[in-house]
Design a protein around this ligand. Sequence first.
Ligand code: COA
Length: 344
Amino acid sequence: MAIEIIGTGKAVPPKRVSNNDLSAQIDTTDEWIRSHTGIGNRHIADENTACSDLAVEAAKNALAMAAGYTGADIAERNRAASEIAGSIDMIILATATPDFYGTPSTACIVQNKIGARNAAAMDVTAGCTGFVYGLETAAGLLSIRQERKRALVIGSEILTKVTDWNDRGTCVLFGDGAGAVILEKTGADGKRGILRSLIYADGSGNSSLIMRRGGSRNPYKKGETMTEPIYIEMNGQEVYNFAVKAVTDTIDALMKAEDIKIDDIARIIPHQANARIVQAAARRLRIPLERFYLNIEEYANTSAASIPLALDEMNRNGLLKKGDLLLTVGFGGGLTYGGNIIIW
Ligand code: COA
């Protein structure tokens, strides 16, 4: 048995905001943002777009590819996607920015919108590691029941709606987007698909990246005036130090677990939070930087969406060959981290 990726998709809002656009509104510069993070642009959702809207677009693109359609005609894409939506057994959606807090899950909203009537649906909350966790969750659930064949795993985020636009230390970092994959259980035992996943957490760092208001710890109370929207607070340096170690340790552990050498790896797809984090980890591991796929310049940090978004971009641009050994590596709020080894 193998768990293979048979379709990928992405969605980004059309509005593209450059560093120079931001510097017209807040005290920052293109030079500072690029030199400290590698970010050049981000895509920002309009007022009417929520997490499920981007998730549905990415899911339809992935479903259509799994059904054999990769063209640009939206009506054709929708027809192809709806052809196989009924064959999806589960939807796992990773997000820190759901349509609604608590209930319903955004996965259930997506299930309804794409017509995946036979799919179980739930969200995964694991910060920017959400997609890595989601793949392992879906692979596990597919493995333990013979009758389950296909899963849709999505990472989708609207981070710009929970960003403190008065804090230049965080607001320049985030963007909106979604990525999705279709997993299928096949007979390609050990030759293709997800070979292994490692998922970890260090809850002692739970306050390093946190949305403090709105939950049961700190709800808005009757009569209280809400002066500011709910937003992400981050201790940048703490997260930076954690992230470099998380990327280094995860890649090292994945390679050891499957007895893989650096030369065996075709590409590493890291969570796109900061190019400097990737550069530091690459130096420590003595892995050439070109082996890491980076698209942070265009999309900034899209949290749980960043890895599947990159995967789809690579796939559609012909950068992935059958048999390629890929490593994903994620880290983020929780604190969480982990990675997957995939044979394409
Ligand atoms: N534009 C211009 N200057 C800025 C700025 C901005 N957008 N943001 C911060 N600065 C300034 C600070 O005010 C500070 O100025 P000072 O020295 O006069 O006080 C200076 O730049 C250095 O700030 P510092 O916070 O020490 O910068 P840094 O080198 O640590 O970089 C981050 C900040 C956020 C880029 C870095 O800490 C980081 O990438 N952390 C990890 C973030 C992350 O990956 N989060 C998501 C995890 S999933």
